[in-house]
Design a protein around this ligand. Sequence first.
Ligand SMILES: [Zn+2]
Ligand SMILES: [Zn+2]
Length: 184
Amino acid sequence: MLIRLIPVGEVPAQVIEAILSIVPEVVGAKVRLMPVMQLPAVAFNNFRKQYDAEKVLSVLGSNSAAKFIDHSIPSLFVTDADLYYAGLSFVFGLEDPAASAAIISIARLKPEFYDRHPNMTVLIDRAVKEAIHEIGHYLGFEHCQHSWCVMSFSPSVSDVDNKKREFCKDCRIKAAMRGVHIPG
Ligand SMILES: [Zn+2]
Ligand SMILES: [Zn+2]
């Protein structure tokens, strides 16, 4: 499988490089880096000072689909913008299976968001886990009850920190029954 990786806005190069090098090993897919896209102004909520994740995904998804020749290749967008979705005050990520697209936000994965010192190693670790998680949804994985599994639902950064960047045995078995084989 091939996945397009599309930076949106100002995403540190180290984060993109880490996703490019680590995600293929864990997920067993090729990841191809695409040109940077800009955040759609229409998706910005002036009152909340956040971007509507669903709108960002639908605008970028249709723009990128228009540009790309093969529409069947899934797109993973990575942005520095803070995202919200429906009734939630924020989301780390959102996927739209119908559009074969997912987005993750690094805004709240940064230690400095929580008044800690900036730490690129911590940011990269969290971003890689969230990228694998969203690609996992694309591959048909649901949320997992094992807190250390990369498919566990993580509403806070401590939940993200507590999980590994790998799929648990239960998730692998379920995936194999659907014909999806995860390396390792
Ligand atoms: Zn999820
Ligand atoms: Zn699992």
